[in-house]
Design a binder for this molecule. Structure first.
Ligand code: GLN
Length: 536
């Protein structure tokens, strides 16, 4: 379709944040892709940070890492899980990046003495980046972060308003996602917030082509008619997106209402109806009562669902690979003690995910110890692997007070230490070891058995590493370094024998897991947990 113009679907959000705009956009991407179109996705974030890499987890959920080492918004995780298109740094833009580029140009004199302004200079920069994300595809789905009415989002909204004129009216549509709340006191669903939100959007010059309403229950035709009337659209362009038990049901739900047909019609795209059987299968498995394993996730921010988004999804995919659902139990590391396994006693597998900062690390080490001693399948990711090495050093290799220098710079046994390349790094932003790096797997290891490969590539986000000075001692005591960087100078994976499944990795496999392509390590970990459960 190279000679056809690229189509644009702009998705904005109204009323409140947290409506699941990312999932809605990803679902639209999934439907368009399943119709045989080549698509790309872009998230525009209005904040002034260059990327979310330095934001705290309470402010921002997970930082999603791409192969090319960009630290991006967690919605990019949804995009990769819902579609087959890999994302990279071009698929997330922030106001910080835009201003950085504009100011750079100004300093180089590229604006030829002009006064640099939001319109046209900032908006042009945004549009250039939208076009970059849309290169070579049939359709680009652009999700605008934030809520209509936010001051900081205005340049982004203005840029997408201009885009329709730039690419021609038949080549761009606007979808507005709003909330239709249910007010229990009166037992009614209210359309007023949607009316106001659409009004605010029109004040900026955008008339939504499609209004997509988030609601607890499906909207009645009467309400759809009312929304259409007040929002100057036709009832056929008002869709609803009621709460569902799994995000993977959203593409199906939208398809049933004919949303993708409507988009194709509005954009004049000739494409086949989407084949959604595999989506149906995934949803059916997730809705079945077949619970295959219970996994305890031990961490510091475990209550922050968004902070471990990809991890939770990857565990779910691990369950799918084993024909059912996994139950997740979130265990606060600080509540674990040495006397009894507590909440760990009831789980079939224990996972310690990535993390930063000292709080909770002793609890994570306890979780590793319980998993090793109780012979429960264990999976340590990034910081989780580092804690696994510390636990092994302390309790198996007899290296008293071994630690990571991140948490105890004075430790007598710095088994985890700052990477050589990180010494002297002072800036905090984008300076970790980031993105995809190759790793070779050792013959006969659990790692190799899971991947069925000798060489893999996985995404990283860390500053610390296994200290090579301790490799010999730890290996002699039985710690297997089962994954290494090609030059063998960095430990990427480790494991122990005489245990059902005890594996750690320095990278973040969760970023590459998909519902239709569960990550091999998550599939193998859950398989081990299933076995442990059956043996009970
Ligand atoms: N804090 C550790 C490091 O920087 C682990 C990072 C992580 O778990 N992502 O190496």
């Amino acid at each position: 379709m190279a000679d056809k113009p690229t189509k644009f679907v702009f998705v904005t959000g109204g009323v409140v944040s947290g409506l699941g705009k990312g999932v809605a956009a990803a679902s639209i991407g999934a439907l368009m892709e399943n119709r045989g179109l080549k698509i790309s996705m872009l998230k525009m974030d209005p904040y002034i940070n260059v990327d979310p890499g330095t934001m705290n987890p309470y402010q921002h959920g997970e930082v999603f890492v791409t192969d090319d080492g960009a630290e991006t918004d967690l919605d990019l995780g949804h995009y990769e899980r819902f579609t087959t298109e890999p994302v990279s740094k071009v698929n997330n833009l922030t106001t910080g990046q835009v201003y950085d580029a504009v100011i750079g140009k100004e300093r180089r004199g590229e604006y030829l003495g002009k006064t640099v302004q939001v319109i046209p200079h900032v908006t042009d920069e945004i549009k250039t980046r939208i076009l970059r994300a849309a290169e070579g595809v049939d359709a680009c789905i652009v999700e605008v972060g934030g809520t209509i009415g936010d001051i900081e989002g205005l340049p982004h909204i203005e840029a997408i308003r201009q885009m329709r004129a730039d690419v021609g009216p038949g080549n761009a549509i606007y979808i507005h996602l709003t909330l239709v709340p249910y007010i229990s006191a009166v037992g009614e669903m209210k359309t007023k917030p949607t009316q106001h939100s659409v009004k605010a959007l029109r004040e900026i010059g955008i008339q939504p082509d499609i209004v997509l309403c988030r609601c607890e229950k499906p909207l009645s035709q009467e309400l759809k008619d009312k929304i259409a009337l007040f929002c100057s659209t036709s009832p056929a362009t008002v869709f609803d997106c009621p709460d569902v038990d799994t995000i993977y049901a959203v593409p199906l739900l939208l398809n049933q209402q004919g949303l993708d047909d409507k988009i194709a019609e509005m954009l004049n795209i000739w494409s086949r109806a989407p084949a959604l059987d595999r989506w149906q299968k995934v949803v059916a498995t997730l809705r079945s009562s077949n619970k295959v394993a219970r996994i305890g996730v031990v961490g510091k921010y475990v209550h922050l669902i968004d902070f471990y988004k990809s991890l939770h999804e990857a565990l779910l995919h691990g369950g799918l690979a084993n024909g059912g659902k996994v139950d997740l139990e979130f265990i606060d590391a600080e509540e674990l003690n040495d006397q009894s396994p507590g909440a760990l006693a009831d789980v079939d597998g224990i996972l310690v995910p990535g993390g930063f900062g000292e709080r909770g690390t002793e609890g994570k080490i306890r979780a590793v110890k319980w998993a090793r001693e109780l012979k429960k399948p264990f999976f340590g990711i990034c910081l989780g692997m580092q804690m696994m090495v510390v636990e092994f050093a302390r309790h198996v290799a007899g290296l008293q007070n071994a630690n990571s220098t991140e948490f105890d710079p004075q430790t007598p046994h710095p088994v985890i230490d700052l990477m050589e390349s990180q010494r002297g790094v002072e800036d905090k932003g984008a300076t970790m070891r980031l993105g995809a790096y190759p790793c070779k797997l050792i013959e006969g290891s659990l790692a190799q058995a899971a991947y069925q490969k000798d060489e893999i590539s996985e995404r990283h986000r860390h500053r610390y590493e296994v200290n090579n000075h301790y490799r010999k001692t730890l290996a002699e005591q039985g710690l297997v370094f089962s994954g290494l960087a090609p030059d063998e100078q960095l430990v990427e994976m480790c494991e122990i024998k005489e245990h059902p499944w005890f594996v750690g990795c320095q990278f973040h496999p969760e970023f590459k897991s998909k519902p239709f392509d569960p990550h091999p390590l998550f599939a193998a970990f859950v398989a081990a947990a299933v076995k442990a459960r059956e043996a009970k």
